[in-house]
Write a protein that binds this ligand. Sequence first.
Ligand SMILES: [Zn+2]
Length: 189
Amino acid sequence: MIYPIVVYGHPVLRKVAEDVDKDYPGLSQLIDDLFETMYHAEGLGLAAPQIGKSVRIFVIDGSPAAEDDPSMADFKKAFINVHITERTGDLLPMTEGCLSIPNLREEVNREAHIRIEYYDLNWEYHQETYDGYKARVILHEYDHLDGIMFTDRVGPLRKRLLKGKLNAISKGMFEADYKTILPGQKVKV
Ligand SMILES: [Zn+2]
């Protein structure tokens, strides 16, 4: 099922999401739906809060970025109960966008290396390290689980300049090729 994507300003995007149990109802369906919704909206990643579910799950398929970074071609995964256990390395700048903030792109600084733990769809536990583009996408999606938007991480001057644009977006003044839920609208949980 393709879900509408929750837009900037909606309270569900500001909640700290919770871990799920192994027998969380509809877990594998939820992951299928996240992938389907992400593909429909042509995103690289999608976190559960972006479809209104405040749980620590996100999916990534890096293949659209394979031209910029060939290692992204087969980077397709679902991450369940994700926790970052280490962030190291210099802060590197990169331009990011987000399906919850249509048509806005900004440069964001993030750590170069991370160590994470998570469960996969077969409920196997993993500890892995990532850097480069993969770490970037994981850090962006992970922020959604902590109620953080990428625009929170731009410098203070940019932040001030973005305020009006973000306000307009949260009022629905944007065009997107996918369905959205604006702040004030109810999400189906
Ligand atoms: Zn995002």
